[in-house]
Design a protein around this ligand. Structure first.
Ligand SMILES: Cc1cc2nc3c(=O)[nH]c(=O)nc-3n(C[C@H](O)[C@H](O)[C@H](O)COP(=O)(O)OP(=O)(O)OC[C@H]3O[C@@H](n4cnc5c(N)ncnc54)[C@H](O)[C@@H]3O)c2cc1C
Length: 553
């Protein structure tokens, strides 16, 4: 059937234009410079930082209209083969349904292939470690901390079922490891084979897994219920008719324009770049509610803008000097005006560090003085009193000991300034001028901070005295620090059956959502971490697949 044969009424067109334009290079605003906070990073900049050939991972995405070369029928079509989509597909097939799973890349597993692990209260791993989690306490705290603007039933379902869902994956060959922070996923390179083995066992006997296949549009019946999906594989259009469509496309973190619009500026993405919001766009077009709290990003570790700019000039350790210092609580952190905005001790926990930074803008400055540099040059981080290795993302962490001297630190910082990824000034005023801060604000802030260091009492933010290190005289440097996003959070409002809701909060017949995109009811305005993204991804697929099995068998 050709595309023109699908009636206007039954075809919810135009899913991806904005996202595709965004990542394929529409022009945008400039990077932060001279103290101006970004309303946006440039799209060219964004694409460069993603460091991927975007067109190559988006098969067929550049085409808005396709001819339908094949039609397929199934019970459930799942869009996106991250962990949430794969678990949904496996679980629905385990319950006897014929499932087709669509994935735009050639890889199964999405962001879960890069994650550490879920929080899994009362899983068999916790039990074996002698841990008994009080789930009521977690739920009550979570709901209250979100100011009750969340779906307490959905949170309860997640927290009380995550352990069971992890046990189910374990029964399917996944060997998790309990740690105090979370329940670690098996080794990175074993995960995709484990997903594929589950698909082979449960989905493939009756259904299909179609990789390099991008879902573009939903199809609706005359009564508005969702009856399938149109996808593309290269130049070929495929119409898949189904009793239910599950959106598991992971969000819009790879779509700079969408992030900018929803979040005010597009930061640095550490998540999967192919998630450009197609699942959201097609669901909104089908009548799904765009929720009030749309815009949350999974903010995580801090990066120094200098890292990429100077890496070819130095060995791995010196090239990370600026970045390492963004993780050290002993330094002064200020926003674009030159005012301090937090106790720098927050840098010891990635999610609080990221959210406190982003609250005041798209970047902040970490201030270093000659005195601090002299200590680092002679005694390394130990000289500052650092006792714990800074928590850099594994991909950025060089091999070094806390007592290793920071040789050539001045050369590295001068290179940072030369590349425009940091600033220098002999005095507080001249640094402020170079970095675009308000000179009077920064000078007063520096002098107040020096006072706190002398008295041992941080009147402004109560930072522990062990982290109060006076800067002394100049020259001073300002490192530009930015926050990493692991992807977006939310976008579709769902009930506890994972049915997508319309503006009246009534389920859109035939449309379901799981994973990141179904996180709207779990967090108020932003994801706050602690392993519940993976928990939600694992558990939403586990529950949704089973519920579909029950509803459609
Ligand atoms: C580096 C990193 C570390 C992380 N660490 C942790 C952690 O330790 N603990 C934790 O709780 N969380 C962590 N997270 C978050 C967690 O991994 C994610 O929230 C979760 O894996 C998202 O799962 P998902 O299935 O919703 O989406 P994804 O895994 O992103 O899967 C979406 C899939 O949909 C596909 N897709 C997109 N659009 C289409 C389309 N139109 N058609 C077909 N397919 C499409 C994509 O290619 C992708 O495979 C981390 C994330 C990252 C990036």
């Amino acid at each position: 059937m050709g595309i023109g044969e699908i009636t206007r009424r039954s075809f919810l067109a135009g899913a991806v234009t904005a996202g595709t334009c965004a990542v394929l290079g529409a022009t945008g605003c400039s990077s932060p410079k001279g103290g101006k906070q970004d309303s946006a990073a440039s799209d060219d900049d964004w694409a460069q930082r993603l460091n991927v050939n975007i067109a190559a991972v988006l098969p067929g995405n550049t085409k808005e209209k396709v001819d339908i070369a094949q039609t397929k029928d199934c019970d459930v079509v799942v869009v996106g083969a991250g962990c949430s989509g794969t678990n949904t597909a496996v679980r629905a097939a385990e319950k006897g349904l014929r499932v087709i799973l669509l994935e735009k890349t050639e890889t199964i597993g999405g962001a879960s292939l890069r994650s550490s692990g879920p929080t899994a209260p009362n899983s068999k791993y916790e039990a074996a470690a002698g841990v008994k989690t009080d789930t009521d306490k977690i739920i009550d705290t979570w709901v209250a901390d979100s100011h009750w603007r969340v779906d307490a039933a959905a949170i309860r379902q997640l927290v009380t079922t995550a352990g069971e869902a992890v046990n189910w994956m374990s029964d399917n060959g996944w060997n998790f490891v309990y740690t105090k922070m979370f329940t670690k996923l098996p080794d990175y390179d074993t995960r995709e084979p484990l997903f594929r083995a589950m698909l082979k066992k449960y989905v493939e006997p009756k259904g299909e897994v179609l990789t390099s296949t991008t879902a573009k549009h939903l199809i609706a019946g005359d009564d508005g219920s969702i009856t399938g999906v149109v996808a593309v594989n290269g130049d070929q259009g495929i119409q898949i008719n189904a009793k239910a469509v599950v959106i598991a496309t992971g969000g819009y973190g790879g779509n700079a324009n969408m992030v900018k619009t929803a979040f005010n500026f597009a930061g640095v993405l550490a998540g999967v770049p192919q998630n450009v919001g197609e699942g959201l766009e097609m669901s909104w077009k089908a009548g799904a509610q765009k929720p009030q709290n749309f815009g949350g990003q999974m903010l995580h570790q801090t990066l120094a803008r200098a890292t990429d700019a100077i890496q070819s000039s130095f060995d791995a350790f010196p090239a990370k000097y600026p970045m390492i210092l963004t993780y050290i609580p002993h330094l002064l952190n200020v926003g674009s005006s030159g005012a301090r905005f937090r106790s720098e001790a927050l840098v010891l926990s990635p999610v609080p560090a990221a959210n406190s930074s982003v609250y005041q803008g798209s970047f902040h400055y970490v201030i270093v003085s000659k005195g601090i540099m002299d200590v680092l040059e002679k005694q390394g981080l130990k000289g500052l009193g650092v006792t714990v290795s800074p928590g850099l993302p594994p991909a950025y962490k060089p091999n070094f000991e806390l007592g290793d001297p920071w040789t050539n630190i001045a050369g590295v910082f001068d290179k940072m300034v030369e590349t425009g990824t940091g600033f220098k000034g002999d005095t507080a005023e001249s640094l402020a001028q170079a970095a675009g801060m308000d000179a009077s604000v920064f000078s007063k802030q520096l002098s107040d901070y020096e006072g706190f260091c002398t008295s041992g009492y941080d009147k402004q933010f109560g930072k522990s005295p062990e982290y109060l290190k006076a800067l002394g005289s100049g020259p001073y440097y300002a490192i530009i620090a930015e926050e990493n996003s692991l992807g977006s959070w939310g976008g579709l409002l769902t009930n506890t059956d994972y049915q997508v809701l319309d503006d009246s909060r009534i389920p859109l017949k035939g449309l379901y959502a799981v994973g990141n995109e179904a996180g709207t009811n779990l967090y108020n305005d932003t994801y706050v971490g602690s392993g519940y993204a993976m928990a939600n991804t694992i558990t939403s697929g586990y529950i949704c697949g089973a519920k579909l099995g029950k509803a459609l068998s």
